[in-house]
Write a protein that binds this ligand. Sequence first.
Ligand code: OAD
Length: 233
Amino acid sequence: MPAPRRIVILTGAGISAESGLGTFRDKGGLWTRVDLSEVATPEGFARNPQLVHDFYNARRANALEAQPNAAHHALARLEAEWPDEVLIVTQNVDDLHERAGSRNVMHMHGTLTGALCAACGHRWPAPRVMNPSDACPACGAPQTRPDIVWFGEYPYGMDQIWDKLRQADLFAAIGTSGTVFPAAAFVQDAARAGARTIELNLERSDAAADFDEHRHGPATRIVPEWVEDLLRG
Ligand code: OAD
């Protein structure tokens, strides 16, 4: 079989777990402790913007303290050494891929480091602590929100992501439960277009049956091993 060329990698909370950032659906995960309809929907934000800002201010503080781990570093190495395109599409709102050195990263669910004006759509770097009374630097409206894609909103960059999935020779999903759409369907989109698919996860995910190949274990072990194998050819 010829060596795969264009690689698209979908990452989820599991890749940042060993950097100390919690996952969502594992035992003790964020959505087992916090009501997502209160903190991760436009309706929740309209009801109680202070609660939502407090939630993301705390997550922003955690993310700023966290350091990229061996899995993030391995993906940065893959991008640097691979002869063709390596694209990371991440569902994560932390910036650990970028801080590990990855350059070709799309944040389909937004970023904790971004602020967005709900009135005019202007974007700017988020301060460490955001408040409902913060005014938009462009239009002055006090309707600033974290630049996060909430449930019921459309993820960022979808047309470009689907294009890249159609062109991919290899699709990998790392540290994601495969339960949130449209990301959960990327494996099928890529496979339909002819890509080989691999799941790298702590354990079999709900979507495991859709993948050609699996590697199970902690991301800090299995991702560097996989990258090493790919680069060795
Ligand atoms: P989940 O919490 O749903 O899934 C995390 C996955 O990572 C699980 O399958 C775990 O088994 C796996 N995992 C945990 N620790 C790991 C480790 N050390 N190494 C490898 N794998 C590990 O998180 P996501 O799939 O990222 O969206 O969740 C998708 C979206 O749901 C998030 O982007 C977020 C959430 O609601 C929004 O907030 C819009």
